[in-house]
Design a protein around this ligand. Structure first.
Ligand code: SAM
Length: 295
């Protein structure tokens, strides 16, 4: 097997050879611990049948571990300066393709269709750039890509918010948005010392397993998310007050909202952070007719 890229000595040698300087604005914190890389790959349950999408290969530290385990790896990298480096570091692997593109602007579905023609099991695995963690995850989920799941390194605090349950301080619209599409679990927390340069925050690995269908059904998905956003507008306020202040429902709205809450069997004095995803679905269905007639 080839020598790992992700050791402090080899990483330093590669960076020096190319005169590479980290761009903080691109969230460049490279992994220098092969054990952590193995753990990430293990948690993704990748086999030689799997097509893996990586976001931000950097100098290829994680990419080579993915290449060893997967059938094929397609990696999106925004920083042009890394392309010649990746060409060299990943030269031992013939099953890796680098796409020089901002993943947020990429047509990932089209790339999957083109690159994974004979592959049905697809995972997304990455050490994410922390300045865009949430937009990247939401893009992958909202586009309803045919992936099995997502295993990524991200800020510990964001991982806790994503996987939080109702009634906890971390639970919010992000928890619901992601748990609507997936089951989420923090599989491991990671110290700063495994990165170069070290980030300012602690990190964690999270595993998101895509649900066959979303966690709940409702009449209008966009309105469901609007109700959730409104319910968390001010965390200390009751759900009744937040909805009354936030929703465009016309003059009699407080009365209508009380009726909708009662019909959904939700006490108007509760706070948004105590409602389950099922309760939000019921509530948005009860509010929808009023909203539709006012809109
Ligand atoms: N995978 C490498 C590792 O673990 O050592 C590097 C991870 S580093 C945290 C994030 C990588 O994402 C960097 O290589 C950065 O250039 C790249 N990146 C940042 N924003 C991106 C974007 N919008 N699209 C694609 N890649 C991006």
């Amino acid at each position: 097997m080839n020598k790992d890229i992700a050791t402090p000595i080899r990483t330093r040698a590669i960076l020096e050879k190319y005169g590479f300087s980290f761009k903080k604005s691109l969230g460049q914190n490279f992994l220098i611990d092969p054990n952590i890389l193995k753990r990430i790959v293990d948690h993704a349950d990748i086999t030689k049948e799997t097509g893996t999408i990586e976001i931000g290969p950097g100098i290829g530290a994680l990419t080579e571990h993915l290449a060893r385990s997967s059938k094929k790896v397609v990696a999106f990298e925004i920083d042009q300066r890394l392309l010649p480096i990746l060409k060299e570091t990943l030269s031992p692997y013939d099953n890796v393709e680098i796409i020089h593109q901002d993943v947020l602007k990429a047509n990932v579905k089209a790339v999957m269709d083109e690159k994974f023609t004979d592959i049905s099991d697809v995972m997304v695995v990455a050490n994410l750039p922390y300045y865009v963690t949430t937009p990247i995850i939401m893009k992958l989920l909202e586009e309803k890509l045919p992936i099995r799941g997502i295993v990524v390194m991200l800020q510990k605090e964001v991982a806790e918010r994503i996987s939080a349950q109702p009634g906890t301080k971390d639970y919010g619209s992000l928890s619901i948005a992601i748990q609507y599409y997936t089951t989420a679990e923090v599989v491991m927390t990671v110290p700063k010392t495994v990165f170069v340069p070290q980030p300012n925050v602690d990190s964690a690995i999270i595993r998101l397993t895509r649900r066959d269908k979303p966690a709940v059904e409702m009449k209008d998905e966009a309105f469901f998310f609007q109700v959730i956003k409104a319910s968390f507008a001010q965390r200390r306020k009751t759900i009744l007050n937040n909805l009354t202040n936030q929703l465009p429902l016309g003059k009699e709205k407080k009365d209508l909202i009380v009726l909708a809450l009662e019909a959904a069997e939700i006490d108007p004095g509760r706070r948004g952070e105590t409602l389950s995803i099922q309760e939000y679905a019921r509530l948005s269905d009860e509010l929808l007719p009023h909203f539709k007639s006012e809109a």
